[in-house]
Each structure stands twice: as C-alpha cells, then as structure tokens.
Design a protein around this ligand. Structure first.
Ligand code: XIL
Length: 380
C-alpha cells in the first residue's frame, strides 16, 4: 500500500522561536521523505501483513507465475515473490516449445532455475503445462505423426519433464485449454485430430504412470462464472472420473476484466469439488481498460478480494495463483492491447490496492477445511 503523509498535519508549532525553527526543519524533512516515498520507484511496500503466513493459516497456496530472467538477476523481483507468495508456476519455461525445442533435444536451464529457486525458498511448484495448442515447437505442430507415433512423442516428453521433477513438482496442468475459446466444443488441436477425444484420458493416465504422486489437472479459461463451456467441462470431468481416469483437479484460470469478475465463482467451483476434485484459481489477473484511473485501480482490490474469498469458501480449493509478478512482467499489454494494470504490483514493484484485497480476504478468520494442503517447510 502506498504510504501517505497522514499525521504530518499534527506536527505542532506551539511554543517559541527555536522550537518553531526545529519544528519547521522536521516538517520539511518529513515532507521530503514522504514525497520521496510517494514518487520515487523502489521495492515493494508491505501492506502490513504476512501474506504467506495468512495463506498458510487457511491451508491454501498463494502462488505467482514467474519468468526465468528476473528470477536469476533481479533481487527486487525475487523479494516480491518470496515476501508475498507460497507457490510458483513457470509462466513459460516449462512449455513444450521451451523444454523440447527440437525433437529429442531438451533444454532444462529455465525449468531448473524455477525449481531450484522454489526449493531454496520453500515454495510449492505448479507444473505448467503438457498438452496445449499454443507454444508448441514447429517440429511438433507441423509433424505429421500417426496415432502411435504421437503417443510415443507424448510419452517421451512426459517421461523427460515429469520424470526430471518427480517428487519436486506438486501438480501438473496435463491438459491446458481443451475447449474452443468460446466453448462448448472440444478444441480440435493436434492431439484431438490424431488421437480423438480420448487423448485427454490417455494423457492423464500416462502422466500418472510417470509421476504417480503428482496431482493432475485440466486447466481452462472462460469457465469461472458457469455457462456452456463450464457445463461441458463438468461433463468431461465427470465422465473421466467414472472411467477411473486419474484426474485430480481443475484449474480455473481467472483471466478477468475489471468490472466483470463473476459473482458465482465459489458456486461454480463447488460443483467440481462435489465430484471429488480439487480446484484452484490458477492464473488470476484483472485487466483494466486504458486509460487506467486511480478509481479503477482501487476498485480492483474488491475483485481480488472476491477471488480469494471464493477460494476460501470452497473447502477443496487448494489455492490462488496470480499470473505474473508485477505489471512490468504481465502478459496483458501485449496480448490485450488497450488493457493494463492487471496485477497486485505496479511497474515499479510497488504493491497496489489489489494486494490489500487479498490480505483482506485472508485476514477474515480461518475456515474449516476438509483436507489440509500438503505444505513444505518454508525457508525464507
Ligand atoms: C501466456 C504467457 O503469460 C505469455 O508470456 C505467453 O506469451 C503466452 O502464454 N493461459 C495459459 C498460459 O495457460 O500459459 C498463458 O500464458 C496465458 C493464458
């Protein structure tokens, strides 16, 4: 939260000459200091609460998507992560195009940076992602594999990636965005075209064989407030569970637009947990249409509060992750021109009211949870 000059007005000028002079000097010093705090960029300011401790007291993760370069060389960025969050997701570096840019050639430099950082700081890790229609390397997207070859490609990739981090990555988004953007049809991605609808069950079974401990997720957007797409995902998930497919959770991405965050988030998540699944809000951001006003930024706090509260209301909601560390690292300006300011920290790494919204939600008493989330010992 921004520091304010509140209280300065109470500096007294009662008394005589020398006292008055000292008082005046103090006022000037304080005003200069306050102005510096307000105007100059600097590291994130604390909202006055231990956010990781609060999240842990509720048994939920509070996560953030991280990029590799600042995780290596930007200590302010690292501090924002370790001071405020209990989990990380690799925003890009575990995606297929980065992990296996050429067939049989793997690049572990980025994923290792994220995993090592997380372990050093006692943070949980969400693995993101295995099968997705975006960010696939050309050899995969354009290779004309028959069904058996594609299964082999899938197995090789999973054994390499899940195998490497077995026991270190807690959960994996095995299937990402399986439905068409507007839903409710399944997306005709490479996997669907070659293996049919069953590719989802096959991939989940294969991932489970490779890492039997990992919690396996379908991660999707545009389902947070119910509707046809959410219903279709619900049918898919029910069917998979009936067949005994190892599906453990649903990620509700939560890429919201300011002013349009659904009211019934908890209700919609709860019907999935009633199936015996975990849920999480996996990629939360709330983008604001430009020009971004102070009012919009402060109203956004309420939307972040609502998202975290929704998770707290659902006993098997295991956490909330925001999609990026600061507005300087957010994917929003590039992917949604005309929108900005989607995250709880601004471009100068200062906390925004949105962070206070999350603190607020987490400060309102403990909830009774059905099942504790597996926690690591924090080492911060
Ligand atoms: C986005 C990243 O944030 C961008 O940096 C990248 O250019 C494209 O992908 N749903 C997902 C994420 O599951 O992987 C996407 O991340 C955002 C939408």
């Amino acid at each position: 939260m921004r520091k304010t000059t509140e209280g300065l007005g109470r500096t007294t000028t009662r008394g005589r000459g020398p006292l008055l002079a000292v008082g005046a000097v103090c006022v000037v010093v304080l005003v200069v200091a306050a102005v510096a705090v307000l105007v100059l960029p600097g590291p994130a300011e604390e909202p006055g609460s231990d956010l990781p401790g609060l999240a842990e007291s509720h048994g939920i993760k509070l996560g953030v998507a991280v990029a590799v370069d600042p995780l290596r060389d930007d200590s302010d960025y690292q501090d924002v992560v370790t001071d405020h969050y209990t989990a990380v997701t690799a925003e890009n570096t575990m995606k297929w195009v980065h992990v296996q840019p050429e067939r049989h050639e793997f690049d572990w430099s980025g994923p290792d940076t994220v995993v090592d950082f997380a372990e050093k700081h006692g943070l949980d890790i969400r693995g993101h992602t295995l099968l997705w229609h975006n960010q696939q390397p050309e050899w995969l997207a354009q290779g004309f594999y028959d069904a058996d070859e594609l299964r082999e490609v899938m197995r090789e990739h999973m054994e390499a990636l899940l195998g490497r981090y077995q026991g270190r990555v807690d959960s994996w988004d095995v299937i990402n965005e399986p439905f068409e953007d507007g839903g409710p049809e399944l997306r005709e991605n490479l996997w669907y075209q070659t293996l049919g609808e069953d590719y989802i069950a096959e991939a989940l079974r294969m991932a489970h064989e490779v890492d039997p401990q990992a919690r396996l997720y379908i991660n999707e957007f545009g389902i947070e407030g119910g509707g046809d797409k959410a219903d279709a995902l619900y049918e898919l998930a029910s069917g998979l569970l009936e067949q005994g497919v190892p599906l453990h959770g649903i990620g509700f991405q939560g890429h919201f637009v300011h002013g349009d965050v659904p009211e019934d988030l908890a209700e919609n998540m709860r019907r999935f947990t009633d199936l015996g699944l975990d849920v999480e809000i996996s990629e939360l951001d709330v983008r604001i249409a430009e020009p971004v006003t102070d009012d919009a930024v402060s109203d956004q706090a309420e939307e972040y509060r609502r998202a975290v509260e929704a998770c707290l209301e659902v006993s098997r909601c295991v956490g909330v992750s925001v999609w990026g560390v600061t507005d300087a690292h957010s994917w929003i300006p590039e992917w949604f021109p005309g929108y900005d300011s989607a995250l709880p920290f601004d471009e100068d790494y200062r906390s925004k009211p949105a962070l206070g919204g999350m603190v607020d939600a987490l400060s309102r008493g403990r909830r009774a949870r059905g099942r504790p989330v597996r926690r690591r010992v924090r080492n911060r």
